[in-house]
Ligand binder design. Structure first.
Ligand code: PLP
Length: 365
């Protein structure tokens, strides 16, 4: 690997596999026999048609996406889906349930309130978003059109390890998987909609992936902007307007890389190992480092931690950066540190961080 590259612990945009970047570099100027870059080609030409179809097929293979689900490559980030979801599957009179386990779930619920009746049936806010509810304690609303969860809270580092079901048999579970998309196996059939911004695990920013059960498509509220209407995008194979071509191409390279690694079962094993090493270092530090999240729901992707001597945090981040480990500062809303260790973070990066943490403790503990 390239010694000039840092270990980038950013939450997103985030580190990408070196093999993917090299492949993109080798094709940057001239893509195959097209005589041009992917950035320059028509989204309706045969090369790009092949690129987007292959990306979709590979994603379908990775996640074993059932036939009765559509895969859409959209724009606007996961944030746009916060409004697209209620607009597409609710009337203004409908009610929906949200479980709020962190800032992203909170944002999603607040946006949905503009378009339907939102019930926040559980919130972890009073416990500083360190928990996931027991599913038995949820009081779902009988008529809820959907139950929304954020599968992995990027800022707070809380991750669902299994998923609640919706009691309303006509309702569906909707999941924001932005920050743990393709990090492990998921039974897609348990969800009505899975959505994710690409810029953590599967590509650059600018691509938003929506996996949606087909029978949910085609019921958008009349006022729904054309760009937010799933039916428009589905009918046009994500080519209604100019898509984020280069981003989709890069996602396609990542999907190939994940398949080459042996698929999401293998990817998950690596993620479990990496996260385990880091949490063990935190828990084994005799309180020098702390992770506030309840152990059973700690994220494999985003590891927030603080220093007992909080006045040393800035020094920790500065020294780490000198050692080529960057973007370890916690989100501005929670402070402390956060190490995002997505699929593309090598084991060596986590090992280096842990060695640094031990050394820092030896010097400052
Ligand atoms: N949901 C989660 C879980 C996220 O981590 C983020 C961004 O970090 C978003 C939603 C918002 O995504 P975007 O910036 O792509 O709109």
């Amino acid at each position: 690997s390239n010694p000039d590259r840092v270990f980038n612990f950013a939450a997103g945009p985030a580190t990408l596999p070196e093999a993917v970047l090299k492949k993109a570099q080798s094709e940057l100027f001239i893509y195959k026999d097209s005589g041009m870059s992917v950035m320059e080609m028509s989204h309706r030409g045969k090369e790009f048609t092949h690129i987007i179809q292959k990306a979709e097929n590979n994603l379908r293979e990775l996640l074993s996406v059932p036939e009765n689900y559509s895969v859409l490559f959209l724009q606007g980030g996961a944030t746009t889906q916060f409004s697209a979801i209620p607009l597409n599957i609710c009337t203004p009179q409908d009610s929906v349930d949200y479980i709020v386990t962190g800032s992203w779930g909170d944002k999603a619920a607040k946006e949905a309130q503009k378009y339907c009746n939102v019930n926040v049936i559980w919130s972890g806010k009073s416990e500083k978003y360190t928990k996931i509810p027991g599913f038995g304690e949820l009081k779902q609303n009988a008529g809820a059109k959907y139950l929304h969860i954020c599968a992995n809270e990027t800022i707070h580092g809380v991750e669902f390890k299994d998923y609640p079901e919706i009691e309303n048999k006509d309702g569906v579970v909707v999941a924001d998987m932005s920050s743990n998309f393709c990090s492990k196996k998921v039974d897609v059939s348990k969800f009505g909609i899975i959505y994710a911004g690409a810029q953590k695990n599967v590509g650059p920013s600018g691509v938003t992936i929506v996996i949606i059960r087909k029978d949910l498509i085609g019921k958008a509220q009349g006022m729904t902007p054309v760009m937010l209407d799933y039916k428009i995008h589905d009918d046009n194979n994500s080519l209604y307007n100019t898509p984020p071509c280069y981003g989709i191409y890069t996602c396609g390279l990542v999907f190939e890389d994940l398949l080459a690694q042996g698929g999401l079962g293998e990817v998950e094993k690596k993620n479990v190992k990496k996260a385990g090493i880091l949490y063990d270092a935190i828990d084994g530090s005799k309180g020098f480092y702390r992770c506030p999240v309840e152990k059973s729901v700690r994220s494999l992707m985003n590891v927030p931690f603080t220093l007992e001597k909080s006045e040393l945090e800035a020094e920790f981040i500065k020294e780490a950066a000198k050692e080529k480990m960057v973007q370890l500062k916690g989100h501005r809303s929670v402070g402390g540190m956060r190490a995002s260790i997505y699929n593309a973070m090598p084991l060596a990066g986590v090992e280096k961080l842990v060695a640094f943490m031990k050394d820092f403790q030896a010097r400052h503990g």
